[in-house]
Design a protein around this ligand. Structure first.
Ligand code: NAD
Ligand code: TYD
Length: 343
């Protein structure tokens, strides 16, 4: 029996890494080829448990490297490509937008071209609810649907929207078989500690100040990462070609409430909270309407936030070496630059 080969780009990152684990656990007849440039956000320790799996191959490669990507396609002849590779942090996109355009837009185009040149059964683009911009805090009745106009705020979200439009253009113009998922904020194991939840866990454990932007009232719609991985898996299996699927679990929380919850779970005092200067252009509220993926594909989130956050805190307690290597490495310079004069 021939194995189905799936290229997973960005598989050394947070969601891509969880997706690699999910797929290898679930399917014994799939070959997963992880392509990752190992930027500051890529971490081979995340993939360590599968490195020796005969169904897994890791290739260090930049998605903007056209000849390298074409060579890999020639070698592997994949049936499916799932693109997680991206610059993913809004604050970094405010500091340095260029690399976001390069990886998120140009890199996506290289992957699309490779799929056209060598043929593919499915190209899946992992996108974000941030392409829809934000919603007002005083209109809890409003949600993002797949037909909400793209209306971005940050260089990050603009680059992700640019990529989405290219993906849809390659479908319409070249008949490339694509799907797109736009998910809300994820949390869970292997989350890089520059993002809200792991940053607050790491700081609280070190009794360091917890930097909350603005008044802490911004709202994000949180989804446990495994639920996102299941959604992508389902879209690959049953999703309609050319379609966009929103993914979210109706779990809206104010940032400040998340921070307080983490402090409580760790038995740390709220006096660690420090309100700092707001993020430029800070999106107020994200909220996904997941009706389409629920009604068409039967997807529903399985992990309730109360359980997911406890599991996540436990994971960070049990896996200190994973994140301590990060916070003491190159990331320490970033942290000093971003928060040094704020705290
Ligand atoms: P991440 O920053 O943790 O991981 C990104 C990975 O991509 C890293 O392993 C990095 O090394 C790799 N990468 C970066 N540039 C590359 C390049 N030029 N070539 C090859 N590899 C490169 O990101 P994440 O949080 O896991 O997000 C994955 C995807 O999901 C992104 O496309 C992001 O936009 C999207 N997304 C994230 C969230 C979230 O809450 N984190 C929510 C919705 C959608
Ligand atoms: P983040 O994890 O960066 O995700 P995104 O901005 O892509 O949604 O941030 C989540 C929320 O937490 C966002 O409203 C910004 C806020 N935040 C802080 O208050 N302090 C921080 O140190 C960070 C990183 C984020």
């Amino acid at each position: 029996m021939t194995k189905k080969t799936i290229i997973v780009t960005g598989g050394a990152g947070f969601i891509g890494g969880n997706f690699v684990h999910h797929m290898l656990k679930k399917y014994s007849d799939y070959r997963i080829v992880c392509l990752d440039a190992l930027t500051y956000a890529g971490n081979l320790e995340t993939l360590e448990p599968v490195m020796k799996n005969p169904n897994f191959r890791f290739v260090k490669l930049d998605i903007t490297d056209r000849s390298g990507v074409y060579k890999l396609f020639e070698e592997e002849r994949p049936e499916v490509l799932v693109n997680f590779a991206a610059e993913s942090h809004v604050d970094r996109s405010i500091e340095n937008p260029g690399v976001f355009v390069s990886t998120n837009v140009m890199g996506t185009q290289v992957l699309l071209d490779a799929c056209r040149k060598f043929g593919i059964l499915r190209y899946h683009q992992v996108s974000t609810d941030e392409v829809y911009g934000d919603l007002p805090l005083d209109r809890p009745d409003l949600f993002f649907t797949e037909t909400t106009p793209l209306h971005t705020s940050s260089p990050y979200s603009a680059s992700k929207a640019g990529a989405d439009l290219l993906v849809l253009a390659y479908h319409r113009t070249f008949k490339l078989p694509v799907t797109i998922s736009r998910c809300s904020n994820n949390y869970g194991p292997y989350h890089f500690p520059e993002k809200l939840i792991p940053l607050m866990i790491a700081n609280a454990l070190a009794d360091k100040p917890l930097p909350v932007y603005g008044d802490g009232m911004n709202v994000r719609d949180w989804l446990y990462v495994e639920d996102h991985c299941r959604a992508i898996d389902l879209i690959l299996e049953k999703g309609r070609i050319g379609e966009v699927y929103n993914v979210g679990g109706h779990n809206e929380m104010h940032n400040i409430d998340i921070v307080k919850l983490i402090l409580k779970a760790l038995g740390k005092p709220e006096s660690l909270i420090h309100f700092v200067k707001d993020r430029a252009g800070h999106d107020r509220r994200y909220a996904i309407d997941p009706a389409k993926i629920h009604s068409e594909l039967g997807w529903l989130p399985e992990t309730k936030f109360a359980d997911g956050i406890q599991k996540t805190v436990k994971w960070y307690l049990d896996n200190k070496p994973w994140w301590e290597h990060i916070v003491t490495g190159e990331y320490a310079d970033y942290y000093k630059k971003m928060y040094g004069d704020k705290l």
